[in-house]
Design a protein around this ligand. Structure first.
Ligand code: GKR
Ligand code: MG
Length: 419
């Protein structure tokens, strides 16, 4: 079964004005949908970032995969790596850590690998989770992912979530998410307001939800000193503290001084970061993400490394659609040492998608593993066409939360170790 065709379709969909340490989400979020077709007519799906530079790398890599055997994981990886050369991926929003050549190869390879696993599952009549070692859970728990936000994008009506700019607003957002999705844990995206206000918001969440695990993630907006102060103020309240301070160095200074484990999707984002982070005791939890850890099989290897070295495992998310949610769910279902509910941005997309509705749903905060072979999701070609039209019309070519924020506040600076 060899790869005969690859189709790459950039898409855009509406995104609410969610605040973070880098600025604010633009009205349009971008993704690239990958379809791989084999010589015997089977097709598989992948989903990845939609920024122009990434799309160009995908376009350069796709021809190198034509004719390669769909089972030949290592040959596919080598073919993609050769097209990437010495290139380095740097995210434009600054929220997924440093770029490196390894991370670039892994990010470009990932959606092709997911699509090939989708095909392999369909060919064998097995789910992707079966190909990854078999599911150890039939439903994957996700966490409510709260954001400080404006009521609506400037110049537009208020969206259905409304504003969340204080502890009451954050608690109300949590209630909405928990009521609608049944989430059993809560994450707050911080790094937006002064740390004491964010501490208050976490306490408001604890009061409203006495039994739910809570986390806060300021994307390295705090100095190590502030991180230690916040960590101590939230003793007994957090399941983990995510990326309080920049770099392995900053996290290593905080870790021994706070009562909870530190988690990251910023200072350990590729294999080269693991030895120094482990040697320095910088983290206790790794948020894995198959989009930049080289796909699903490689992510199971990262999970095994976490087990070997005593790290707990959670899962990172960026704004995404259903193909990614399906891939995340298969991966999380097949990883025995997943210790925490995974992140997802899904509720913010309010049903916009490129997959046929029905295969993915939330039941008590968890997504039941799709049962059909492969990823278990099917492309909705009309929806794909409509979201591609959005892409052509919206004028956004790369995610840049800082530039969008500066349209409203020209003095805005990304908040790295700001407080
Ligand atoms: O969507 O603004 C966002 C998040 O801040 C995202 O980009 C981060 O990469 O969710 C991510 C995180 O946990 O750092
Ligand atoms: Mg994070």
């Amino acid at each position: 079964m060899r790869i005969r065709e690859i189709h790459l379709t950039p898409v855009a969909f509406r995104d609410p004005p969610l605040l973070n340490a880098s600025g604010i989400h633009e009205p349009w979020a971008l993704r690239t949908i990958v379809e791989v077709v084999t010589d015997d007519g089977l097709s598989g799906l992948g989903e990845t970032y939609g920024d122009r530079s990434h799309l160009e790398r995908l376009r350069a890599a796709a021809p190198a995969l034509i004719g390669v055997e769909v089972h030949a994981h290592h040959a596919q990886y080598a073919a993609v790596a050769a097209t990437v050369g010495g290139d380095v991926f740097v995210d434009q929003h600054g929220l997924t850590g440093a770029g490196s050549n390894q991370k670039t190869v892994d990010a470009v390879f990932s959606p092709f690998e997911v699509a090939c696993l989708d095909i392999r599952g369909k060919a064998a009549g097995l789910r992707v989770a079966d190909l990854l070692g078999g599911p150890v859970r039939e439903a994957v728990p996700y966490s409510a992912y709260l954001f400080y936000k404006w009521a609506g994008h400037p110049g537009e009506d208020e969206d259905r979530f409304g504003a969340a700019l204080d502890p009451e607003g954050i608690a109300a957002q949590a209630r909405l998410f928990v009521e609608e999705y049944g989430f059993g844990s809560i994450k707050l995206k911080g790094g937006v307001l002064p740390p004491d206000e964010e501490i208050e918001a976490v306490h408001a969440l604890r009061e409203a939800f006495p039994d739910l695990p809570l986390r806060i993630d300021p994307n390295a907006a705090w100095t190590p000193e502030t991180s230690i102060r916040v960590g101590r103020a939230l003793e007994g309240v957090l399941e983990y503290l995510e990326d309080p301070a920049p770099e392995i160095e900053g996290m290593a200074r905080v870790a021994p001084e706070v009562p909870m484990k530190l988690a990251t999707n910023m200072c350990v984002v590729t294999h080269a970061h693991l030895p120094p982070a482990l040697a320095r005791g910088a983290i206790g939890v790794l948020l894995t993400d198959h989009h930049y850890w080289g796909g699903l099989l490689r992510s199971t290897q990262v999970a095994a490394l976490c087990e070997t070295f005593g790290l707990e495992l959670s899962m990172h998310s960026n704004t995404h659609l259903g193909i990614s949610l399906a891939a995340m769910t298969h991966l999380a279902a097949a990883v025995p040492n997943l210790n925490h509910a995974c992140d997802t941005h899904t509720p913010w997309q309010q049903g916009q998608d490129v997959v046929v509705p029905g295969a993915l749903r939330f039941v008590e905060g968890a997504v039941p593993l799709p049962q059909a072979p492969g990823l278990g999701v099917e492309l909705d070609r009309d929806a794909l066409g409509a979201l591609h039209e959005n892409y052509l019309r919206c004028g956004v070519e790369r995610r840049d939360d800082t530039a969008y924020m500066r349209r409203f506040d020209p003095t805005f600076q990304p908040k790295r170790a700001h407080w």
